[in-house]
Design a protein around this ligand. Sequence first.
Ligand code: NAP
Length: 309
Amino acid sequence: MPLKLGLVGIGKIARDQHIPALAADPRFELVACASRNARVDGVANFADIETLLAEVRQLDAISICTPPQAHFEAALAALRAGKHVMLEKPPAATTRQIALLQAEAARHGCTLFQTWHSRFAAGVDTAREWLRGRTLSGGSITWKEDVHHWHPGQQWIWEPGGLGVFDPGINALSLLTEVLSDEVFVHQAVLDFPENQQAPIAARLSLRTAAGVTVNAEFDFRQKGEQTWDIALVTTSGRLRLSRGGGVLEIDDRPLGADDALAGEYPRLYARFAELCAAGESEVDWRPFQLVADAFLVGERRIVAAHQV
Ligand code: NAP
């Protein structure tokens, strides 16, 4: 029997990735949606998750695709109703909210899958295996994209809790924390805030391992022309480059396969969600979100030119 699933927050990622991935996966049946303004053909539609949970009797799981500021209330309502929950990245608006959701999932015997879609990109597993046992000597992250192209009209990104350039940048941090055996922390950060917005448009982070190795990260939302989502890691016995958001892997300049990153990620995400639900397990890792929170804590704040959404 497929898991009957409700989708919450019907916007770009729900339509581009979640709905097609669900339609192609026999382990799920999309039965309902909750969105204040949007509707999805062929399923029951509700304005909010509370009504969905109250009205749809046959429901096993909820997948939440709203912006992070709305994740906590939606996930809490679903878990308290005894539903398994899959949560888009970034996981929440504050770090403690994630801990509370994790405890709530355990209390109700539900699965909480707090996702990092980039970790399901094609090159990631091989990258992690290759790095295991090698000694890191340095690295860099370059995550530069045009916010007008990728986040058209999304005012929430610029509001408190929207994370600004860390909304894509956290994907790089989710990859780094997944493939590296060493833990990293934020040593220094500089955050550029547009004078008219509440979230940074660019950021530069100096990350360090406990062994004192530096990985520098540059995030920028003002990129025109070629878009870059690259991680380059140097070890004492070779170099690795994960590009296109984790979809393309090169080791010592030798390509090791490629995939259109996002296209493969979401089917794999739902496959993992089905596995976790069947096993009665949760998967939660908020280290990428802690790194972002720490960048806000220690980051030097610079005011830059106004940005129109
Ligand atoms: P989006 O296009 O703005 O869609 C989100 C939808 O959530 C909105 O259309 C809105 O629909 C609903 N919503 C509920 N509460 C909201 C609130 N307080 N403010 C704004 N909208 C609210 O955003 P998205 O690009 O799909 O991103 C959603 C989440 O997915 C984010 O956490 C993002 O990081 C993640 N994500 C996005 C991408 C991408 O390429 N866009 C990729 C991977 C992950 P109603 O008005 O109908 O309620």
